[in-house]
Write a protein that binds this ligand. Sequence first.
Ligand code: BGC
Length: 374
Amino acid sequence: MKKRNTLALVAGASAMALALAACSSGEETPASNGATATAAGECNVGIAMPTRSLERWINDGEGLKSRLEADGCTVDLQYADNKTDQQISQLQNMIANGSNILVIASIDGTTLGPVLEDAGNAGATVIAYDRLILGSPNVDYYATFDNYSVGTLQGKYIEEQLGLAGGDGPYNFEAFAGSPDDNNARFFFAGAWDVLSPYLDSGQLVNPSGTAPASVDDWQSIGILGWGSDDAQAEMDNRLASFYAGGEKVDVVLSPNDSLAQGISQSLQLAGYTAADFPILTGQDGDKASVANILNGVQSMTVWKDTRLLGERVELMIKSLLAGEEPEVNDTTTYNNGVKVVPSYLITPEVVTADTVQSKLIDSGFLKPEDVGL
Ligand code: BGC
């Protein structure tokens, strides 16, 4: 499969390589240049993103599109409103319109098998973007962040802030997980749980709501379908009303990402928590609203995934494919999609707290000061 895809791309590879070389050496790419026009025709990329409702996917999609267009590729970027059927029909259109490379951030990682079979039959190369696509042999590469590490960083942050390794506790602890249909959510949860579950066993963390899963494998029981802030807020409201009504205080909440953390933070604020007594609350993504919350003391940290690096990685993969080479990967064991282990490139995520918003997020140009009220 991979071989055939690579070969299918080789035909246009040398002309495309010329176009890319011209771009990287700063030369103009004349529209009337025959070779360049052909090359651009060979690089037809369909980018399927899950939704515009979350800031990160807008940045991911637009960023990747401009990179590839600057390289002379034709790009069809689509967002699917978090609806699987919509994403499938967008992919069908991309294949019908001749996309020879598909970059897909799936909504439900299990539902794309049939449309990817069509992609395979059409000779298109499929790159799973950020989220693994499950149950299909027609997934050629996977570019993502180290998802297990995201959870480890959240778990370790909690461990350090609460002095758990030194024996401190007990602390009232609540846990949330991401969307049950997103393969990443399992990795995020597992990374955090491997750090934190020994402290639940020792009684240093107690879980008044009783919702914490008995084992990592049960993570979906606390998953928030679709990653919605409102649903996370409603769930936190429920737990506060049912299990903390007698004046007990929440000390710490494990949230897998920023969209959930925003809802949880809102719930806690409405229940009367302020920056002065705010529970530890984790997140992920470096969303503007969450970074503002961090600066205001109503979220503790975010695990930052510089999506520009992911875009750059996918661009490199596409350049290799077009040059008839195997894209570089750095993990060939972790991401088994149920049919095959998908060759992956994992990027390292990092923690951002109030102290490092400026140096990591602003100075690098990821966010503007005014985005976060600075
Ligand atoms: C991504 C996260 C994101 C979440 C919700 C996950 O698959 O890896 O960065 O917060 O989806 O969109």
